[in-house]
Design a protein around this ligand. Structure first.
Ligand SMILES: *Cc1c(COP(=O)(O)O)cnc(C)c1O
Length: 372
């Protein structure tokens, strides 16, 4: 019998939907999921093996449920890189920042409540809202993808959301949100409800500007969410974390599954944090490559959104077939970029210099083809 999802008694809001997923195609140059192109350095691989071996001896026991050592090291990393002192009590960790966001929505959203995001932005915010029964409100952005503050304040006042998402630097557009805008959104959200403001800083290490982490001081309803997936080059590890007032850290523990972070995950993340300096050197290389992509794309005649992330949104593809046809033509040249369904635009992740050269060759050729 050929049975589909919709033949099962699934929840109404899941009917007719498809799961999140960028195509995982076997292509020479993959620049579509904002991964870090550099494999972990060999000394770190060795250190991970060592720490995991130690952890394996205790796998008959449950892991440290509160991940105290890991959260302490994450707090040190945040303090050292932001100049704002945070401690164990301010930090919570989970399996990727997606799980952090899920726990936040389970705690502060849920049935009868709503969350707002300013789109286009990270599509998982809306999907996790749906998965947690939280209503989703798609807020507005300007034509140039900046947040229209006056409109955003109006939407917050009218809709009184329980959770406000601000992604900075934004994915897929790459632009950072100015701190004044985040502060104004926070004020608007407090006046309306009050509600939680979640600042998703998945790409902050790549930014020309600073983390908004210091803003958590005196603002108990502000949460900064971070990940080891991008800057640390450890997407496969699944480690995300947040920094906030200690009360927020206590609150998410009401919904987290007990022992959600495996001993192997904790050991691996701790090993990676011992090599922060080396990993952040790759970030410097990627930032330089990102700036090169912006400059070269512009030189080739493309429009580019200013980027503070490890990817660049470029266009415009308003001709026949639009961005999807352009995506296919770039793919035909062996380079996989991302079509986020934003009419006229595509997104490319910064890869190694060689990968970026291959991408730039492909888009220059595409431009020539369009001009003839
Ligand atoms: C990639 C990304 C994440 C990371 O998710 P993980 O679950 O930590 O891998 C979070 N937020 C945004 C905006 C992202 O682009």
């Amino acid at each position: 019998m050929n049975l589909g999802i919709d033949d099962l008694p699934v929840r109404d809001e899941l009917r007719g939907k498809s799961p999140y997923g960028a195509p995982q195609l076997d292509v020479p140059v993959r620049l579509n999921t904002n991964e870090n192109p550099y494999p972990l350095p060999e000394p770190l691989v060795e250190r991970i093996a060592e720490r995991v071996r130690e952890a394996a001896r205790d796998l008959n026991r449950y892991p440290d449920r509160d991940a105290v050592e890991l959260r302490t090291r994450l707090a040190e990393y945040l303090t050292n890189t932001s100049g704002h002192e945070v401690g164990l009590a301010n930090v919570w960790a989970a399996n990727g920042s997606n799980e952090v966001i899920q726990q936040l929505l389970q705690t502060f959203g849920g049935p009868g409540r709503t969350a707002i995001g300013f789109e286009p932005s990270y599509s998982m915010h809306a999907l996790i809202a749906r998965g947690t029964g939280t209503g989703w409100i798609s807020g507005p952005r300007n034509e140039d993808f900046t947040i229209d503050l006056a409109a955003a304040e109006r939407w917050i006042a009218e809709n009184e959301p329980d959770v406000v998402f601000v992604t900075t630097p934004n994915n897929p557009t790459g632009n950072a949100v100015p701190p004044e805008t985040v502060l104004a959104l926070y004020e608007a959200a407090q006046a309306a409800k009050p509600s939680m403001v979640v600042v998703d800083e998945a790409y902050i290490e790549f930014s020309h500007g600073d983390s908004l982490l210091p803003l958590i001081e005196g603002r108990p309803n502000l949460v900064v969410s971070r990940t080891m997936s991008k800057a640390f080059g450890a997407a496969g590890l699944r480690l995300g974390y947040l920094a906030a007032h200690p009360a927020v850290v206590d609150a998410v523990q009401l919904v987290r599954l007990p022992y959600h972070l495996s001993a192997v995950t904790q050991a691996t993340a701790l090993a990676a944090l011992e090599h922060t300096d080396t990993l952040l050197k790759y970030v410097e290389q990627l930032k330089a490559e990102r700036d090169r992509l912006v400059a070269e794309l512009r030189a080739a005649g493309y429009e580019v959104v200013e980027s503070d992330a490890n990817f660049v949104q470029f266009g415009r593809f308003d001709g026949e077939g639009g961005s999807h046809a352009a995506w296919q033509k770039i793919l035909d040249r062996g380079v996989l970029v991302r079509d986020n369904g934003i009419p006229g635009w595509l997104r490319v992740s910064a890869g190694t210099p060689e990968e970026n050269d291959a991408f730039l060759d492909a888009v220059r050729a595409l431009k020539k083809e369009q001009n003839t």
